[in-house]
Design a protein. Structure first.
Ligand code: SF4
Ligand code: SF4
Ligand code: SF4
Length: 346
């Protein structure tokens, strides 16, 4: 019989060794099992002091995407250049406003009753929120580049908002964490039944995520003298970080300057485009003001086509050069992630 492992093992093997992505899957699973011993503190999952886990549990360990990679079930790949058709969304969003438009479509067509997204809770601190309407979805527009344990929104949507269908927006590691949560739970515990309430998974292309204290406090505030409360937009494009206050650009710096602030868990990451999502979106291989969109599943294709037919977005197949760039970046990230895994194992 396979040896059961618990949070202490997850802590020792994944969190202490700098492999944790902060997907939030372990915390979400513990809550969905109605135990709730786990929470997030200082950008890491922690267990309540002095508790004893049920002997037959251990699901936080087995569902972690860094303990065993999930299996890719579909492998569709259709790539488009896309832009929102909604001016309010375009004004509020980065790039083509596609994530926001797809969420607004999903709410309007009953694909999802609510959306699990990340908002700025002040001074660019990311916070997971459940958005139930267009104005709340708009608040989550724009990349934060610092981590939020997005999967903690899964139990939140069910337990605090009573939602039976939701859309989940997250980084590739969070999509993998969700896939693992559902796959591990299937047939073994109740968390699966609840977690499968997520109807639509929207992934965000990702080259890495930075520690909040290091990027925002140490670098932007400390080294660059930027008042974070004035910042209205952060944008990483073509390996350059741009920081804005309204129309004024406060900083433009190569991402090599901030590489040291990247979270440890990102160093071993292999997924750039969000292979475990239904649809993923990024700002690579397309002109400014547009988004690159990859459809990964049949369901994603259905949602995309309805959003297109109902006038939420405009799309055309991406140029070959754009698709080539996306494939190149995906290959480079996968190779770098595997090389770093091998280096750390030595
Ligand atoms: S109760 Fe289960 S899921 Fe929660 S921390 Fe303990 S072993 Fe992990
Ligand atoms: S990677 Fe996700 S599931 Fe694994 S320890 Fe970190 S937060 Fe928990
Ligand atoms: S680089 Fe990988 S581990 Fe880091 S936030 Fe992006 S998807 Fe997650």
């Amino acid at each position: 019989m396979e040896e059961k492992k618990y949070f202490s093992d997850l802590n020792r093997e994944v969190i202490e060794t700098g492999k944790c992505t902060l997907c939030g899957g372990c915390v979400a699973t513990c809550k969905l099992l109605d135990v709730g011993y786990l929470s997030v503190s200082d950008e890491r999952p922690v267990i309540e002091e002095g508790v004893r886990c049920p002997a037959d549990c251990g699901y936080c360990y087995s569902q972690c995407p860094r303990v065993g990679k999930p299996t890719l079930m579909e492998g569709l790949e259709e790539i488009y250049e896309v832009v929102s058709k909604d001016d309010e969304i375009l004004n509020a969003c980065q790039d083509g406003g596609v994530v926001t438009s797809l969420l607004v479509y999903a709410l309007s067509d009953a694909v999802a009753e609510g959306c699990i997204t990340v908002v700025d809770k002040g001074d660019w601190r990311p916070e997971v929120q459940i958005a139930m309407d267009k104005s709340s979805v708009l608040k989550s527009a724009g990349s934060k580049y610092t981590p939020a344990a997005t999967l903690t929104g899964v139990p939140d949507a069910i337990m605090n908002y009573g939602l039976w269908s939701s859309a989940l927006v997250g980084t590739p590691c969070q999509m993998a964490g969700y896939e693992k949560m559902v796959a591990v739970g299937r047939g073994t515990h109740n968390a699966h039944n609840f977690a499968s309430n997520v109807q639509l998974r929207l992934g965000l292309f990702c080259k890495g995520c930075y520690s909040y204290d290091k990027l925002m406090k140490e670098y932007l505030e400390g080294k660059k003298g930027i008042n974070i409360s004035e910042v209205t937009k952060l944008d990483i494009r073509d390996d350059v970080l741009h920081v804005y206050a309204g129309d004024k650009e406060l900083l433009s710096a190569g991402t090599n300057e901030i590489e040291v602030y990247k979270r440890d868990g990102c160093g071993i990451c292999e997924d750039f485009t969000g292979l475990f999502s239904d649809i993923s979106v990024g700002n690579v291989g397309v002109p400014a003001g547009k988004s690159a969109v990859i459809i990964h599943t049949d369901f994603g294709k259905e949602v995309f086509e309805y959003a297109l037919a109902r006038g939420f977005i405009d799309a055309k197949p991406i140029d070959q050069s754009g698709a080539d760039l996306i494939h190149k970046l995906q290959k480079e990230k996968k190779e770098a992630g595997i090389a770093e895994q091998n280096r750390r194992e030595k």
